[in-house]
Design a protein around this ligand. Structure first.
Ligand code: ADP
Ligand SMILES: N[C@@H](CCOP(=O)(O)O)C(=O)O
Length: 294
């Protein structure tokens, strides 16, 4: 028996919601698992074809949670989501490993448990929660409890113009430049805007989305890691997008519009300016991780 796990890309933070907001989007990576006599990994770069592969480490972690011994697998990865661009490639690996372990051992794993194990692996729930649950998710973890995940619908008229530069930004490095403490005034600034952004994404009110998207915690520091930030932002805002945020820790930039024509025009313009970038018009993914037995 083989099992195919499909996991959506995720845009974490959405600018204002550092480490607590994330949204699943319509770009996917696929992971096919079957039992084998020895570990075999294909479809990814050579450096990941070993037992340190994040998918396999997450597979082992999930088995350990359930008191099961690890066993070798044949794993094939078909990833449309590029690595270290702020679209949650690491979360796709983590989520796939957990769901692959459940499927191959015949275990039913609920979304809450999957989010909890995945958060242990990732360190923060903002990518893994929407990758598992779909849609827009706000997560927080009360002391000593499992993560609480609040799922919001996203207005289907919204389009996310996703601009992926050819260079990486490693999340680990991008976390180091975010100040560990903020003044009270910054905390207050962020709180109101997080509420405004979730309501704006639900209702499709792009004016509210634009007003709320003004982060002071991480974007002012991380934009320095993305040489094309200023130019892409200007093109998107002048071209009719409501706002733009750094997706996750970058390097991807994501502009928001409720006008499909604006989205397509921006995609064409940015792609012709930067043939070496990937530029997609994405929608919110409402389903999250999918499992198919073959
Ligand atoms: N196909 C893959 N196989 C194994 N590990 C992967 C794969 N894709 C991504 N990863 C892991 O995810 C890491 C990238 O994570 P990160 O820097 O957080 O960026 P991202 O925004 O893409 O999640 C890689 O260094 C690697 O450890
Ligand atoms: N909240 C995290 C999100 C990182 O997302 P990624 O897709 O860049 O891995 C952060 O901002 O560090």
């Amino acid at each position: 028996m083989s099992v195919k796990i499909t996991v959506p890309a995720t845009s974490a933070n959405l600018g204002i919601g550092y480490d607590c907001l994330g949204m699943a989007v319509s770009l996917y990576s696929e992971f096919t698992f079957e039992r084998a006599d020895e570990l075999q990994i294909s479809g990814c770069s050579e450096k990941y074809r070993n037992e340190n592969n994040l998918v396999y480490r997450s597979f082992e972690l999930a088995l350990a949670h359930w008191g099961e011994e690890p066993f070798p697998i044949k794993l094939h990865i078909d990833a449309a989501i590029p690595v270290s661009r702020g679209l949650g490639s690491s979360s796709t690996c983590t989520v796939a490993g957990i769901m692959g372990a459940a499927a191959l051992t015949g275990r039913i794993v609920g979304r809450a448990e999957a989010v909890s194990i995945a958060t242990e692996m990732e360190g923060h729930p903002d990518n893994v929660a929407p990758a598992i649950m779909g849609s827009l998710v706000c997560s927080f973890t009360p002391q000593g409890e499992l993560p609480n995940c609040i799922r919001y619908n996203v207005n289907p008229n919204l389009r996310f113009v996703t601009v992926i530069p050819p260079y990486e930004v490693k999340t680990e490095e991008a976390r180091k430049i975010v100040p560990q403490e903020v003044p009270l005034s910054t905390a207050v600034w962020q709180m109101g805007r997080i509420s405004g952004l979730t309501r704006g994404l639900e209702s499709g009110d792009v004016r509210l989305i634009a007003a709320a998207c003004d982060d002071k915690i991480q974007e002012p520091y991380r934009r320095e890691l993305i040489p094309d930030y200023d130019e892409v932002r200007e093109v998107c805002l002048n071209g009719g997008a409501a706002t733009l945020w750094i997706s996750g820790s970058g390097s991807t930039l994501m502009a928001v519009t409720d006008d499909g024509l604006v989205a397509e025009s921006l995609r064409a313009r940015l792609q012709s300016m930067h043939p070496d970038f990937q530029v997609h018009v994405l929608e919110c993914d409402t389903q999250g991780v999918r499992i198919q037995l073959a």
